[in-house]
Design a protein around this ligand. Structure first.
Ligand code: TRP
Length: 391
């Protein structure tokens, strides 16, 4: 983490209300804009830690191999936007760290033979989409032992009944037809809380299915801070906020609620224009629009939902009108849609190829990210042990 990005903000500790922390953030950003880096704020020792001038964004994904469009619109695009956001003085608004959740994979599959290759495939997509390792360390959970350590401590701070109520878990059990659940799978959000809080993430950009996990993270942070105030800094952990994108979920090609590798209904970020066209051609449309000239209902059409995200506004209106009147047939509409998607993916394909040809560089990027992550994680664990009076 570059220290020049961490303009320190000094607070005098005098109150413990969260709203003041929020106000503190707001003020700090305003102050930064004016080029003033020192503000004094009153805060209680038990309040959130806002000693860093820059808010930190922490997000992650399970390494399931090549990513699809849903990952892009649901998370990746947002990550990159935040990574590159600059304040008026030219400094970065956020610090960003991106984690590869390879331990989380074990919650649904014990098969690890492909884990490393999947990690590299996913990292290639991250880099292709614009993750910049100079700005954002990228690292594997399994290579930073503090994840396991903090997970253990956090497991004591949440009840199993709270975890059983997690809607994301219920959905997963249903989708994957699971008839039993491991102890580790039930603890999925606890490991995620460790991922986020180890790096003191303030903001967690995720798809909407992850909101319950961020909520559990907040509860754990609150409970830890309450039980174990740090003798000097007050709270060890911030209470992170989730941040979702407008197009957080993309419908699958088969019309199912979301794109997902296990449902086999995805367009990959690494798909060539020909592959995109082939897939979009088979996408489900309005089942009542049988013949070319039948009027269609864009609101129920998978392809139109992609148009809404990938096609320019002016063209979108004429596509919608053409579909409704029957002037535009599905075959032509799909061609336009595939072209719009491929236009957006073209720079990604090019960048992916660059890194594919330099795979050693990709491995190095990962190792360097892990060195940075270890330094941050061990610092947090020291604070945790101090706060817990473990010596
Ligand atoms: N659970 C997230 C997902 O399936 C992945 C993840 C693991 C994550 N650790 C995280 C996301 C920490 C954000 C922050 O998409």
């Amino acid at each position: 983490m570059k220290t020049k990005n961490k303009q320190k903000v000094f607070y005098l500790s005098c109150n413990c209300y969260n709203f003041l922390n929020i106000y503190g953030n707001y003020k700090r950003l305003r102050q930064r804009r004016k080029g003033q880096f020192f503000i004094f704020f009153f805060q209680f020792p038990a309040a959130d830690n806002f000693f860093m001038g820059t808010l930190r964004i922490l997000s992650g994904m399970r390494p399931t191999g090549k990513l699809h469009l849903g990952h892009y619109t649901g998370a990746l695009e947002n990550w990159i936007h935040q990574q590159n956001l600059l304040a008026e003085d030219g400094s970065r608004v956020y610090e960003t760290c991106f984690l590869i959740a390879d331990y989380h994979i074990l919650t649904t599959s014990l098969e690890t033979a492909d884990a490393y290759q999947h990690t590299i495939d996913m990292l290639l997509d991250w880099l292709a989409a614009g993750v910049d390792p100079e700005k954002s360390p990228v690292f594997r959970q399994s290579q930073v032992k503090e994840h396991a350590e903090l997970f253990l401590l956090f497991a004591m701070l949440i009840t199993s009944s709270r975890l059983e109520r997690n809607p994301t878990l219920k959905e997963q059990v249903r989708d994957l037809n699971m008839d039993s659940l491991t102890y580790g799978h039930l603890g999925y959000p606890v490991l995620q809380a460790a991922d986020i809080l180890l790096y003191k993430g303030n903001i967690v950009p995720v798809g909407e299915d992850q909101i319950p996990h961020v909520e559990i993270t907040r509860e754990i942070a609150r409970k830890f801070n309450f039980h174990y105030p740090h003798p000097e800094t007050g709270s060890v952990f911030p209470e992170p906020e989730p941040k979702i994108t407008k197009f957080s979920r993309l419908v699958g090609l088969d019309g199912k609620a979301k794109m997902s590798k296990s449902l086999g209904n995805t367009i990959l970020l690494s798909d060539t224009p020909e592959e995109v066209l082939k897939k979009v051609r088979n996408a489900v449309t309005d089942t009542l629009k049988v013949r070319r000239n039948d009027p269609g209902r864009p609101e129920v059409c998978t392809v139109f939902s992609y148009h809404k995200r990938f096609t320019a506004r002016e063209e979108l209106d004429s596509i919608e009108a053409g579909c409704r009147s029957g002037a535009l047939g599905c075959v032509d509409c799909k061609k336009l849609c595939a072209a719009a998607i491929s236009a957006e993916l073209e720079p990604l394909l090019e960048k992916r190829r660059y890194y594919e040809d330099r795979i050693e560089l990709v491995r190095e990027i990962l190792l360097e990210g892990e060195i940075k992550a270890r330094a941050l994680a061990s610092q947090t664990m020291q604070e945790v042990r101090t706060a817990m009076k473990l010596g």
